[in-house]
Design a protein around this ligand. Structure first.
Ligand SMILES: Nc1ncnc2c1ncn2[C@@H]1O[C@H](COP(=O)(O)OP(=O)(O)OP(=O)(O)O)[C@@H](O)[C@H]1O
Ligand code: NI
Length: 329
């Protein structure tokens, strides 16, 4: 899928701002797929695109399939009430005028619904007394757990969790991830959106890495055992930035999605970048060793050799050094 926004400039000037480009991913029953990406990389828009709740000034292209059939906005609207559940990123999604019980039951008062509501709250460590509270009476972490309980109440077949654990301590977050794993083991598909790779690796089967509105890599969790099994330079850098793997900070910043006209969005920050990386219009997502990668030169190996060559050339001859830098760009 691709998503762009219509922006209005001065007067009647109008332009399309592409924020998600040619994105592709899949979730199967019983599977937890993590979507990992920095702030602004398009994660929430993906969730809203699936659910058919993108803002009115957006335009979505491409197709989403659910259960083998195209998921239109209308169909998503119907399924959203039960089969497909969203755990939204913001706690503002709770209705401020409704008690917790009614947020979960939608006002239904039959015994079965009330029992289900109680069990859902219990599952996330919230007692019976919580049912009578209004959202303003909840702590941040409690509000998050109410959102999660509310989403899983209907036994959904697909759960889209958009940053479900900020504000929760590690133990509470891990417990919630444990519940997600259970739901998947019971047969649900789970799309777990997070900026936290370590958290994703705790629970996911597969990880899809986003960068500036594009899928740049799809890897299984076992590929994260070491940087050498990962394919894209950004994923490798993410891996090296983890505390246990050297804590190496990534230099530079992700470009604002709409500003990448062509080529690889990571080009400016990539040590392996060559001229073709910025000149190729759209770099294809290729199959690579059981995963996928969107990179022209994903193989490990010649980058240190190339760096050494450039250094030597620069020392020997100015013009050769220039050529070396050209290669590096
Ligand atoms: N209504 C809108 N109009 C214009 N641009 C938008 C709109 N909504 C989102 N964007 C842009 O789309 C990009 C992706 O936004 P999105 O909310 O999907 O990011 P995200 O990956 O979920 O970030 P975070 O981790 O901070 O939640 C951002 O650069 C944002 O500025
Ligand atoms: Ni988001």
């Amino acid at each position: 899928m691709s998503v762009s926004f219509t922006q209005y400039g001065r007067g009647i000037r109008r332009r399309q701002l592409p924020v998600i480009r040619d994105l592709s991913l899949s979730v199967g029953p019983g599977e937890v797929v993590a979507v990992v990406g920095a702030s602004g990389s398009g994660k929430s828009l993906l969730a809203h695109g699936i659910l058919g709740i993108l803002p009115y000034n957006s335009c979505m292209e491409g197709k989403i399939y659910y259960d083998g059939q195209v998921l239109t906005r209308e169909r998503a609207g119907k399924l959203r009430k039960g089969e497909i559940a969203l755990i939204p990123q913001g706690v503002t999604y709770l209705d401020p005028l409704m008690k917790v019980r009614d947020q979960l039951t939608g006002g239904k008062r039959d015994k079965e619904t009330l029992d289900r509501c109680r069990r859902a709250l219990e599952r996330y460590g919230l007692g019976k007394e919580t049912e009578e509270l209004y959202p303003f009476e909840l702590s941040g972490g409690m509000a998050r757990r109410v959102l999660i309980a509310s989403a899983v109440m209907q036994n959904p077949r697909l759960i889209i969790a958009d940053e479900p654990t900020p504000g929760l301590d590690v133990r509470a977050a891990k417990r919630i991830l444990g519940h997600f794993r259970e739901l998947a083991d019971e047969g649900a598909g789970m799309l777990f959106i997070t900026h936290d790779l370590a958290l994703a690796l705790e629970v996911a089967d597969r990880v899809t890495v986003f960068y500036a509105g594009e899928t740049i890599e799809e890897a299984s969790v076992s590929d994260f055992a070491g940087a050498e099994r990962l394919r894209h330079p950004f994923t490798k850098a993410l891996w090296r930035a983890m505390p246990g793997n050297g804590f190496v900070p990534l230099r530079g910043a992700q470009p604002y999605p709409g500003t990448v006209r062509q080529g690889c969005p990571f080009a400016e920050q990539c040590e392996r970048c060559r001229r073709e990386c910025t000149e190729t219009e759209q770099i294809p997502l290729r199959l690579s060793g059981g995963g996928k990668v969107r990179c022209l030169y994903p193989e490990e190996g010649d980058c240190t050799a190339l760096g050494a060559e450039i250094g030597k050339a620069e020392a020997e001859d100015n013009s050769a050094g220039h050529a070396g830098r050209e290669i590096a760009r």
